[in-house]
Write a protein that binds this ligand. Structure first.
Ligand code: PLP
Length: 400
C-alpha cells in the first residue's frame, strides 16, 4: 500500500467543490437540484475573449511562455491596475499563475513557513487555511461578527499580532460574506500593520463585482510607505466569467515576483499560453468593460431578489452583501430541530438534510470558519433562485 504523506493527509478537500459533487450525483439520478454551491459565474466567457483565444491557438501561440507569464500580459495587467485603481506598477511587479488560488499558494510558499503566523479574519474563503497549513505556517483566525458586517476591527487585528506574524490576509469583496470594506476601514487596518514587519496579502478577485454605493479598494494604493509590503492577488475567473481558463496573478514587489517566478518555473513551467493571450484581450478590449458591467448589473438584480426572498423566511438573518455573488445567512435558530428523520445540529447536518430532503444545495458555514451560517451563491438564474428559496422556506417550516 502506498503511504500518503503527512501533508496530503492533513489537507481537507475543498468544501465548495465537494458540495457541488454531491449535487451532481443527485442530478445524475434525474433529480432536480437547486444548486447554490458553486462559486462561479453562470455566464459564458464573452465572445470577443473566446475569439482571441481561437486566434492565438491558430497562430502558433501554443508553446511554453516565460514562467511568470508573457511580456504582453504582464504589461496589460500592470496597465490595468493604473487604469482601474490608480496603482503605479510595471510588468516586473506582475506574475501570472494558473488561477488566483495558485497565485495565493505561490505567495504563501514564497513568504511563510514553519513557525510563522498568518492572520486571517473569519469567515474566510475555504482554501485560505489549508493553503497556509501546506506551507507549515499557522493560520491565526480572527472571528468577526454578523452584527458588524463581518468586518475585522483594528483592535481585533492588533490583538492577533505576535512577533511571529508574517502575513495578514484580506479579502474585500469577501467570499463568503459579500462584505466590502470601505477605504477608510482598510486604511485603519493597514495602519495597524505599519509598525510591524509583516506583509499584507490582499485577495481582490471580486473587485469588479460590487453593488450600489460599495466601491472596491486596492489595498496597495492606501499607504505609499507600505507599498513594498503589500501583495495584491486577482484574476480572470469572477469578473470575466473565465473560471476554466485558469488565469490569476499577483502584483508584488519585484524581488517577491522573482522568488515566485522561481517557484513557478519548477512547479508548472507557465500558465496556459492560449488563456494568457485571451486575457490580454479581456483586459484591453473596450468591449470587456460593457460585458463586465452587464454581468455586474445581473448579479445586482439577483442580489436584491435573494435578499428580498430571504428576509421573508423566519429564523434567517444576514447582512446585505455589497459585493461578490454570495449571501451568507445565519440559520442557527433552526438547529436542534428535526427535519424528516434527521436532527439538525450544525451547519453541516443542516446542509446535508436540506440537500437530501428538499434538493437545495448550500455550503455549510463551518467550511468558512463560521458555524451557524450557510453560504448561498447567487451566480444562477432567477427561476433557480425563486424555486430554491421557496423550497428552503417550506423545508424550514417543516422542522419540529
Ligand atoms: N479567492 C477567492 C476569495 C475566491 O472566492 C476564489 C474562487 O472561488 C479564488 C480566490 C480563486 O479563484 P481562481 O483560482 O479561479 O482564480
Amino acid at each position: 500500500m502506498i503511504r500518503i504523506s503527512q501533508l496530503a493527509s492533513s489537507v481537507q478537500p475543498s468544501a465548495t467543490l465537494a458540495a457541488g459533487a454531491k449535487a451532481r450525483e443527485l442530478k445524475a439520478k434525474g433529480i432536480k437540484v437547486f444548486d447554490f454551491s458553486l462559486g462561479e459565474p453562470d455566464f459564458d466567457t464573452p465572445k470577443h475573449i473566446c475569439d482571441a483565444a481561437e486566434k492565438a491557438a491558430r497562430t502558433g501561440q501554443t508553446h511554453y511562455t516565460p514562467a511568470a507569464g508573457t511580456a504582453e500580459l504582464r504589461k496589460a495587467i500592470a496597465k490595468w491596475y493604473g487604469r482601474f485603481h490608480g496603482l503605479e506598477c510595471g510588468p516586473e511587479n506582475v506574475i501570472v499563475s494558473n488561477g488566483a488560488k495558485h497565485s495565493i499558494h505561490n505567495v504563501l510558499a514564497a513568504t511563510v513557513g514553519p513557525g510563522d503566523e498568518v492572520v486571517i479574519p473569519t469567515p474566510y474563503w475555504v482554501s485560505y487555511s489549508d493553503l497556509v497549513m501546506m506551507t507549515g505556517a499557522k493560520a491565526v483566525l480572527v472571528t468577526t461578527a454578523m452584527e458588524t458586517g463581518f468586518k475585522m476591527t483594528p483592535a481585533q487585528l492588533s490583538a492577533a499580532l505576535t512577533p511571529r506574524t508574517r502575513l495578514l490576509m484580506l479579502n474585500s469583496p469577501c467570499n463568503p460574506t459579500g462584505t466590502v470594506y470601505s477605504r477608510a476601514e482598510l486604511e485603519a487596518l493597514v495602519d495597524v500593520m505599519a509598525p510591524t514587519e509583516a506583509a499584507i496579502l490582499s485577495d481582490e478577485i471580486y473587485e469588479q463585482l460590487t453593488f450600489g454605493t460599495a466601491k472596491p479598494t486596492c489595498v496597495a494604493t492606501l499607504r505609499p510607505a507600505l507599498k513594498d509590503r503589500v501583495i495584491t492577488v486577482s484574476g480572470a475567473s469572477k469578473s470575466y466569467a473565465m473560471t476554466g481558463w485558469r488565469i490569476g496573478w499577483a502584483v508584488a514587489p519585484a524581488p517577491l515576483v522573482k522568488a515566485m517566478d522561481n517557484i513557478q518555473s519548477q512547479e508548472t513551467s507557465c500558465p496556459s499560453s492560449v488563456s494568457q493571450a485571451a486575457m490580454v484581450t479581456a483586459l484591453e478590449s473596450p468591449e470587456s468593460d460593457q460585458c463586465v458591467a452587464d454581468m455586474r448589473a445581473a448579479f445586482a438584480v439577483r442580489r436584491d431578489l435573494v435578499c428580498g426572498l430571504l428576509s421573508k423566511i423566519p429564523g434567517v438573518q444576514f447582512p446585505v452583501p455589497e459585493g461578490a455573488f454570495y449571501a451568507f445567512f445565519r440559520v442557527a435558530d433552526h438547529f436542534g430541530k428535526t427535519f424528516g428523520d434527521k436532527k439538525v445540529t450544525d451547519s453541516m447536518t443542516f446542509c446535508t438534510a436540506l440537500l437530501e430532503q428538499a434538493h437545495v444545495n448550500l455550503v455549510p458555514g463551518s467550511a468558512f470558519g463560521a458555524e451557524g451560517f450557510v453560504r448561498m451563491s447567487f451566480a444562477t438564474n432567477k427561476e433557480t433562485i425563486e424555486g430554491g428559496l421557496a423550497k428552503l422556506k417550506d423545508w424550514l417550516a417543516s422542522g419540529v
